[in-house]
Design a protein around this ligand. Structure first.
Ligand code: GLC
Length: 563
């Protein structure tokens, strides 16, 4: 790969913000609690916008804040035009938007179009209506198979475990139709073949764009359209050749050919793009699309669809130099082929925090949570690698997403008491998978106050592990060698050198090394077990104090050099 240059994603002049943006994901429940009830809220976020501007990100993305019975955090939405009272009001959002604008921060919000809550007015109306009615036609209801309709309509599996269909029972005890839920039963899938559903979501987009949001993160963007006739999953289509017939295929790629990533989804996003483009100010949208390869993903970021699509293939790549070089090359090529920026991400609300993932005995991959019974990560090794991984993604051309708390080097809460868990994944797998609560723990702000400054009353909706004391933001702001200061420095340099708009030329420094030049900065990440000799160039910054000794770079560290 030596010397190979990959094409820049775009010409730099007048590049819109999203081509190189670093976007910080906020979990409203766990960011900061202003009213002391133990649940984070919008005023808590507004009060901390200065911290985010100081960190140096360009935008924030608020995870679902809609009115929701919270069967899957906020991802079962009961009203798409209301804020959940636990988080505040529409006026609180207006204040947040005003405060963000004043600091030059853009604000993206979540949109959850694949399914509603079972408490949404539409679903209640559907339950009260007859099979074949217009009310039922907004969802995916089917008669069961067999003489009495008791046989499930098809073999699709819910992403959270168990069958993807639930049969209705009427008040008088008689049975009724089945409805599809790709996730929990409280999350019925909408029927996107129904024009009424399409119109409603265009109107929802406009509602929030009118209010001033800068764009949307679209939940389950690969799921809206299903194969016509809802046939059984054949166990093969959509699964990469190398995984056919394996357990991995039946885990990660279950239902692929029939339920996910159908070509019909793209027409929906082309229409949404027209809606966004009809507003001033470069509004943008990012796809959460779990698809089998980079070329399929690139289809979502064609010039008339999404602006970004999360690169989960990169997120799930092992801490291995060859695999990383390979996935970076494939990502940049696929994005450039459609004229879009690549989008890098290491952590979010659905995966184990990368500071813990990279410290697991078998690092990488995407374990579905960690419980006290599982092998525990090596916290020091994980953080060391996490800092190096962050310096890698922040030096890559394209845009990057950060997950709240990763700038503090926060580990996953891996010993959360099972009785406190809330994630439906834990319940629907009967505890076989710990689920995602461990990455959603309230943030630690101050070392010497109750709940580490998350909430003045000391209340927290989930407990923080005692180890969070050493990760608090106030302690790290005073420590020049902290993870937080490393993020601030890297984000500053990235912006100053316009790394996000640059292009990448690989360097060959050995098998266990990821090394490249971008915009006159040489980036070297040492994934091997011994130190390596650096090429010449002044050290601009390193991932850890002591990472560079003379001209040697320590294992599991990264450095940026002036080239
Ligand atoms: C997406 C969200 C996840 C949620 C699921 C169902 O994958 O990121 O948190 O559980 O959709 O809405």
């Amino acid at each position: 790969m030596t010397g190979e240059s990959l094409p820049p994603a775009a010409q730099i002049a007048d590049a819109p913000w999203w081509r190189s943006a670093v976007i910080y994901q906020i979990w409203p429940q766990s960011f900061a609690d202003a009213d002391g009830d133990g649940t984070g809220d919008l005023p808590g976020i507004t009060a901390r916008l200065g911290y985010l501007a100081g960190l140096g990100v360009g935008a924030i993305w608020l995870s679902s804040f809609y009115r929701s019975p919270r069967a899957d955090a906020g991802y079962n939405v009961a009203d798409y035009r209301q804020i959940d009272p636990a988080f505040g009001t529409l006026e609180d959002l207006d204040d947040l938007l005003t405060g963000a604008r004043r600091l030059g921060l853009r604000v993206m919000i979540d949109l959850v179009p694949n399914h509603t809550s079972d408490q949404h007015t539409w679903f209640r109306q559907a339950l009260a209506s007859q099979p074949g009615s217009a009310e039922r036609a907004r969802y995916l209801f089917l008669d069961g198979k067999g003489d009495d309709g008791s046989v499930i309509p098809n073999n699709w599996i819910s992403d959270f475990g168990g069958p993807a269909w639930t049969r209705l029972t009427n008040a008088d005890g008689t049975t009724d139709q089945w409805y599809l839920h790709s996730f929990a039963p409280q999350q019925p899938d909408l029927n996107w073949q129904n024009p009424e559903v399409r119109e409603e979501f265009s109107s929802i987009l406009r509602f929030w764009l009118d209010r001033g949001v800068d764009g949307f993160r679209v939940d389950v963007a690969h799921g809206l359209v299903k194969e016509e006739g809802l046939p059984d999953w054949d166990g093969v289509s959509g699964v990469p050749d190398s995984l056919r017939g394996t357990d991995v295929a039946h885990g990660v790629f279950k239902n692929f050919g029939q339920m996910w990533d159908q070509d019909g989804v793209h027409e929906i996003y082309r229409n949404w793009r027209k809606v966004l483009d009809s507003y001033p100010g470069d509004r943008a949208m990012v796809a959460e699309a779990w698809v089998p390869d980079h070329d399929r993903l690139a289809r979502y970021i064609r010039s008339d669809e999404f602006h970004h699509a999360f690169n989960f293939d990169f997120l799930a790549t092992y801490w291995n130099a060859e695999s990383l070089r390979d996935v970076i090359t494939r990502s940049l090529r696929a994005a450039a082929a459609v004229g879009a920026p690549a989008t890098w991400v290491l952590s979010n609300h659905d995966v184990v925090r990368h500071a813990s993932r990279l410290g697991l005995p078998s690092p990488g991959g995407s374990p579905p949570g960690i419980s006290a019974a599982d092998p525990q990560p090596d916290e020091d090794l994980g953080l060391r690698r996490a800092r190096a991984a962050t310096m890698l993604i922040l030096a890559l051309p394209g845009s990057a997403y950060l997950w709240q708390g990763e700038e503090l080097g926060l580990p996953e809460h891996t010993t959360l008491d099972n009785t406190l868990r809330q994630d439906p994944i834990f319940f629907r797998t009967n505890g076989a998978e710990a689920g995602r609560d461990g990455c959603r723990i309230p943030l630690p702000w101050q070392s010497a106050t109750p709940a580490f400054g998350f909430s003045e009353t000391g209340r927290t909706w989930l407990p923080q592990p005692p180890s969070y004391r050493q990760y608090t933001a106030d302690v790290q702001l005073r420590d020049p060698s902290s993870t937080l200061q490393m993020y601030r420095a890297a984000l500053g340099l990235r912006r100053q050198r316009q790394l996000g708009l640059g292009s990448l030329t690989w360097l060959d420094l050995g098998q266990d090394v990821v090394a490249f030049v971008n915009s006159y900065i040489t980036v070297v990440v040492n994934l091997g077990s011994s130190t390596l000799t650096l090429p010449g160039g002044q050290v601009l910054m390193a991932s850890l104090p002591g990472a560079v000794t003379g001209s040697r770079l320590a294992p599991d560290t990264a450095v940026w050099l002036a080239s």
